[in-house]
Design a protein around this ligand. Sequence first.
Ligand SMILES: [Zn+2]
Ligand SMILES: [Zn+2]
Length: 193
Amino acid sequence: MSDFKIQVDELDEKAKSFRFLASESWWGAREEGSDGQATEVVSGFAFQLDVARKADDIILSGDLEAEVILECSRCARRYSHALRDPFSLALEPAKGREPTDLEGVQGLAENGVWLGEDLEAGWFRGPKIGLDDFFGEVIALAMPLQPLCSESCPGICSHCGADLAKTQCDCVDERLESPFAVLAMLKGVTEEK
Ligand SMILES: [Zn+2]
Ligand SMILES: [Zn+2]
């Protein structure tokens, strides 16, 4: 059952604001079974959203804000990463329709909502909308595929493993191994003749 719910009959044409805070343990429970270790969450995942009823449809729009500890994909340092992502979702009444997959059918029955492929449209049914799955998808999408502690992170030396942000190592300059450097050297040799 969903932790985060919206009562459909409370909604109106005029948008209502909601704020939900999803905790580290909530996210940890969802991440279980997926690969890797649990993400360390500094502040919880704050969801701010405006929800309105437009004719039969329910329109949600809002944004996610959170601070998580991620591991830099270049230097492996753990750093604090600000997640910030806007989202919107339009739900129409499912009426007699059923999703084609079992998971979708269960979700619609249990949480009153089914999410389409692109996470921007879906169906709802019943008096309440459970937003847990939607929030989970928004967080997953906001996580960077290749986290970087900074855009200019120099990473670690591929020879000695030195952290190049902190220290300069004595390894042979790798530029000499690049094809361009080799060409430049050959050119230099021929010009000398
Ligand atoms: Zn880094
Ligand atoms: Zn080195």
